[in-house]
Design a protein around this ligand. Sequence first.
Ligand SMILES: Cc1cc2nc3c(=O)[nH]c(=O)nc-3n(C[C@H](O)[C@H](O)[C@H](O)COP(=O)(O)O)c2cc1C
Length: 404
Amino acid sequence: MANPWFETVAEAQRRAKRRLPKGVYGALVAGAEKGLTAADNIAAFDEVGFAPHTADLANAKRMATTVMGQEVSLPVLISPTGVQAVHPDGEVAVARAAAARGTAMGLSSMASKPMEEVIAANSKTFFQLYWVGDRDVMAAKVDRARRAGAAGIIATLDWSFSYGRDWGSPFIPEKINLEAVRRYAPQVALKPRWLWDFAKTKKLPDLTVPNMVPTPGDPAPTFFGAYGMWMQSPMPTWEDVAWLRAQWPDAPFMLKGVMRVDDAQRAVDAGVTAISVSNHGGNNLDGTPASIRALPAVAEAVGDQVEVLLDGGIRRGADVAKALALGAKAVMIGRAYLWGLAANGQAGVENVLDLLRDGLGAAMVGLGRESIDQFCRADVVLPPGFERRLGDDRPDAPVDVRPV
Ligand SMILES: Cc1cc2nc3c(=O)[nH]c(=O)nc-3n(C[C@H](O)[C@H](O)[C@H](O)COP(=O)(O)O)c2cc1C
């Protein structure tokens, strides 16, 4: 077999594409509508330049920090992703990889493995909730996470009703029945290694979402069943956010998907511990700018009141350095680890985390920063008009507010 190690995330993506059935790979690439936001998440990082030093470069690389009360060995966490069928070990493999590399993970409500199994593999697991059902249902889910020993909660509210992709949505079956086998068979036949991984476990992906039910082991809805339940649930208000946060007051709570300064301030008022500046990896309202463009204004506005993370478009260690220089305490990754998982299971996710660590280390050397908390705005150069100060009506806000 060829060397399973890959040297960049781009190579992991190529291997994922070769290995996965077309529909499964398509679900990972994701992106909504024309893919403007998904593309901008990447393009914007390319616009950020470095200002490296010549001498006095860094001899040490201190990357450890704490995020939502958890010690992490590098400022890169696993973002929650609800994808199925990438690898038979799914989120358990991801949790083991994150634990092996000393970092924390978010576990999606739409994940394929029960939270109890994932938390057993990595105690630094935050459970991610969508607003599905009413307050009683939400409280029961928080209670399950507490009983399971989750390290805290991530609430994701930015999922919008976005249909259609110009390049075509993958066919995701409701469950693996005869119709699914008929439609998937030609794709799967071309991907024998993927099939073999599942065949070895004597199980096909069952496409259920076991964390959607309040009691472990209860019959779980399918991915689409859960999607339907979410579509029927009323959209939560800021009052609901504060209420949800209060359901487990002594645990850390992240609000994921904040893009605007005014929303970040509301999140502070709701009592959250952390926010992630995020547009859901470009899977929501297409035309939303890259999260890295929105980060500086949000970080500046909330200061030290909450921890500010960023996710969207992180593909290399240099991207992590750029996000830290622009005000993030840490970042979360999505597609990067999913491609690693597809390419080489747990070892592939570890490989991705190692690449990000090495790349961040290289940036620290060049910028003369021995500790990640030394990164600052002067480390990077931004082209004019790079930032998007969304919802920034502070009287002292810079005048170059560019509506998108
Ligand atoms: C296939 C896929 C599934 C996702 N599922 C979820 C989810 O269930 N819950 C959630 O909060 N975010 C979800 N996200 C968003 C990620 O947590 C994260 O915000 C995004 O992937 C970051 O962008 P990146 O992929 O460029 O790193 C998903 C993203 C992708 C690509």
